[in-house]
Design a protein. Sequence first.
Length: 139
Amino acid sequence: MKRYVEFILVPYFQRQRKLHKRPTQRCMWLIDCWSVHRSQEFRDWMKKEYPWIIVMYVPAGCTGLFQPCDVGIQRVMKLIIQRCAHKDVVDDTMKQLDGGAPPGGVHLEKRVGVLRDRCVQWMVSAYRGINNKALVMKV
């Protein structure tokens, strides 16, 4: 989280402050109320390093109201990726069973190289699934 703040969030806020000619403008960062975000260490660090950034938390159970893309688009994307990965597991299992492997002898590939190669297709499928004007307009 610290790296995200240092290399992405702060430069973005600084560009916006400069663009709008508001060099001392305080900024608000609305984030999920995830344990890492709420830790005393992280909150103390933010107050010390970036006192001009006000950290606000989306109340638990309210993500759909405060961050509609998490529910409307990212949820769809994650479901597509999950279904693609599940399909690969089922296909591998069926191929081995059809090849004569006993049910207890089915071996699922977990090597990084195999998963890396497969995840490209998962991402392409997810992109195609969310590249839908009606879905985006709904959010």
